[in-house]
Each structure stands twice: as structure tokens, then as C-alpha cells.
Design a binder for this molecule. Sequence first.
Ligand code: M6R
Length: 609
Amino acid sequence: MCGIIGYVGHQEASAVIVEGLRRLEYRGYDSAGVAILNGGIHLRRAVGKLINLADSLAALPLNGSVGVGHTRWATHGRPTEPNAHPHVVGRIAVVHNGIIENHHQLRARLVADGHVFSSETDTEIFSHLINAGVSKGLSLEDAVCAATKDVSGAYAIAVLDVDHPECVVVAKQQSPLILGVGAGETFCASDIPAILMHTRDVIFMEDGDMAILTRDGYELRRFETGIKVERAVTRIEWSAVAAEKDGYEHFMLKEIHEQPRAITDTIRGRISMADGDVYSEGMEITREDLANLRRIVIIACGTSWHAALIGKQYIEEATRIPVEVDLASEFRYRNPIVDSRTLVIAVSQSGETADTLAALKESQRRGARAAAVVNVIGSSIARAAGNVLYTHAGPEIGVASTKAFTTQMAALYLIAVRFGRILGTLNADQGRALLTDLLAVPGDVARAIELSGAARDIAKTYVGATSALYLGRGLLHPIALEGALKLKEISYIHAEGYAAGEMKHGPIALVDEFTPTIIAAPRGPTYEKTCSNLQEVAARGGAVIAIGDEDDDELRSMADAYLPVPRSTPWTAPFVSVIPMQLLAYHLADLKGTDIDQPRNLAKSVTVE
Ligand code: M6R
């Protein structure tokens, strides 16, 4: 996830752009850059937070009233200055938010045609394609359209052309892009806050739209056909603070709603349906390496540990290699048995959790092979592991992990399929079937998020509870742990997660009319057993909130409250089941009036041991 902005008007473009980027910094902040048109392209880029770019521009300003800017959350290529946007090739400068899925093939083709790349990014492909188009005599708009025909994936781009010094051309496919209309000035941006101080009149571009922006306004077209289109102008009434949260009251709620997009970004460009396999670029491992392993150990903390527990079940099922999951803070202090025949996978959103980093380094010291599933590019854990599968969830601001969790599960799902295919423990048909199921997850998660209103109604009933139990079996046991953690950390209600079969070995003593039990019971291998556990709770006077298939009337009739989720497979059930738990925790906390995004005593990144 990155942020882009473009400006054509009467103000100093660099000032408008840097201010806009400041409001987009939540989308990424490992490097930033601007390009200004003024008798040529004037480029300034800086690694690190936006302040570095702002300082550089303050020291040596760039003047001009047409420009584009970018704040980066690295996906392809490290956070370095050459990889920072804008990417200039010939007459053309491009900023891009998204992922070009066929960048390998396009890059190879362009290199074979004599193009020389100066960055590791997928974005530079756009600069080469568009510059090649205008060099052949195409108009700028036609060159942009031609480039979109070659590229597959997600993109919102803003393009400058030295030969068109009075305009910015933009195009959108699956990445957000809005236009802003001011008096004698026109804007584009990834998100509303970037332009809200200049205009409240906004056009939401649709996939397949391109636009030519000038001082006098904009012209929208479909890039497939070139046909002009009209889109409604929306007057934005949000305050600037509300706008940063996309109109949501809290970052956590915004991030819950981002999950379909975030999971799509984790999967994007990594699936080969033809082979029933996964491109795990960054996580390189050979058949020989895998066959040589005695076991895999996954280390993590908190929510990431819950994702790891699910990853264990995926990988064991797909490969039959034994997988252990350890809390990083325990692993490192107990003389762990790891050697060169152990693969240690660290799972971390921030990539900075001190215990996870130390546990990873300790296992490397003992000779283990290392790998990581990380969200933040270039973070300490990513650098230490070297072998990394990035989740591409985008920055997570809320302390309570939501999209980081579901994208970690998606990444571990991909790893399991990849390892299974490498070893041959999964054949192509089995790989294809699992990947087909995974591709349905973003849509199913989007439908589960529609339960927000129902979750709020349930929360109203239980807002006075001081304790809650969460139950699930198999892949849904870690989901019960995660549901309980979410509730604890933001609503301060005591909660415990248990494997449902363990209830009768002790925790059932806690059941009473004041302690609701939340039970994940979509149909699956242990469905009947879980239903029996539900009835054991109900028989003791406990209130039951059940999460189950939307067509399961029997389960619905057994529960006091029901949260129906789309039908899932055993491997995809964790995704749809955790969403109502996130929503329930959110609404309970909101009703209690806690500080949801920054709960007491917690920090987003725990860099102390
Ligand atoms: O950045 P990490 O994934 O390594 O962080 C691990 C935990 O600190 C984190 O998951 C924490 O438990 C979350 N606040 C849970 O919502």
C-alpha cells in the first residue's frame, strides 16, 4: 500500500504535494518523492519518513505548479532512493500504488528490447511502457491506455510528460484513486485526506477509468475503449480527522473493513492456477532443502502466534512435516532443539518484536534455516531472516491486529501449498483446489464484515459482562484464542479461549448466566462435537453466541445469538470465523467507550524483551 497525489493548479505544487503526502503517510512511509514539471522533470526523492523529503525540499525548493508525489510502502524492491517513486524514463515520470502481477514477464520483454532499468520496482515498467508509447508518436493518453493493456494487476498511476507541461494523466485499476476539483486547480490522490484542505468536491474513479487533469478541470474516459464517461461529484462533509480514518470512527474498524483488499494483496500475483502452485518470491526453498528437514518451528507473539498455530495445521496437512509453534518469548529461554535440519519461520506484523527477533537470531546461531512472514518491508526480522514472504497488508495503525492476522493466515496458506507442491505431497489438482478456495476468501470475508450491525446488537446485550469464553476446535481453536485476545485488549473484559473439547476438563465450571460463550462452529470435520460442547454450555445456563454457516438453521436454533458466515472449507473457516469476533470485540469496546486504537498498557510494536 502506497499513497499517490497529483496536482495541476496555481499554487506551488511541491507544497501541495508534500502536505498531501503527510496525510497519506499512514499508507506507507519508507521513502517518498516528488516530480515537478517546469521546463523538464525535476525530481526529488528521499529514503525514510516524509520529513526527510520535506527537509530536502525546504533546503532546495522545486518550483512549478504541476507535479506528482508518492509515499512508499515497499512491495517490490527495498526501501532505497532508486526504488522510491516517481520513476522517470525519458519524458515520463510515474507514481504508482498497487502491484503489477506480470512484472517479471514485462520486465524480461522490455530488457530484451533494450530498456535499461534503474530500480527494482514493478512500477518502472509503467514508465518504460508509456515513454515507449509517446516516443512512437502516441498521444500521452493513448500511451497510458496502451500500457494498461500490457499490465495486469492493481494500479493507480499519475503520469507527467515533459511535452504536456499543463496536465497530469491518471488511471485506476483495483487501487483507490479520487479526483478533487478546486477553483483553477485539480487534484488526484489515493485518499480524501490528502486534498481535503483544498477542496471538498471529490470524484471517486472506477476501475478502468483514466483522466486527464488540467487547471480547468478533468476529462474522464474508459481506458479500454477511450469513451468519455461522467462520474458524480461528491461533496465530502467529513472533518480532516474523520477523513484519515476513511470516515470510520476508529482505525481498527477501518482495518477490519480493509481485510478483503489486504488478503487480495497477499495472494495477488502469487498463484499459478495452471500448475496448482504458488510463486513464493522472496521465500526460496528447494525440494532438497525441504526433504532434508526434520521439522519446522514457527515462532511468534500475540496475534501472530495465533496465525502461526493455524499455519502449523496447514503445513502439516500439506507436507506431513512436523511443525511446532512456540511463543518467541519462551523459545529463546529454554535451550531449544534446533539445528541445520530445522526450518524456523518467524511470523510478525511489525517485524520489530524484540522476542521474535531474538528467537530467530538464536535459532540461526544454532544453525537453523530461517524464514519469515512479515508485513513491514525492510524491518529487522525481515532483514535477519533474508528469506521473507511479505503479507502486503499495508500499515496497521490500530494496536489490535486485524488485517495483519488474516493476511498472515493467507501467507501461511500459500506457504503450505507451495511446500506441498515442492515435496509432491500435494498434486496439481489438490493445489488448484486449495488455491481456488483461497481465492474465494476475500469475497467471503467481505460478506462476513456485513455482520457489523448484528455484532453491535449482540454487543448491546452483553456490554455488562465481565468475563467471556471463546471455543473452537481444530483450525478454529486458534481463532477462539484470537477472539478472546481481541476482546481482552480493547474492551478490558476478561476472556479465555479454549479448545472446545477441553471445556469439560475444567473451564466449564466458569459457565454461568453472566459469562457468554462465543463458539465458532461452521460445518467441518469436528462440527458435531463442537455442537455437543455448545449444548453442554447451554445446559448449564450459559448464554451462547454461535458463529456458523449461514444456512445452518439447526445451529442457529441452539444459540442465544447467531452470527451467520458464508459457507467455508476447513482451511478457509478461520478467515470467515474470526471476522465476527473482531466485530464483536470492537462494538463491545466502543459501547464501553475504551480507547480502541490505543488501549491502555499496550503498544503497537513491542520492542522490549
Ligand atoms: O508485530 P508482531 O506481529 O510481531 O506483534 C506481535 C504482538 O505484539 C501483536 O500481535 C499483539 O498481540 C497485538 N496487539 C494483538 O492484537
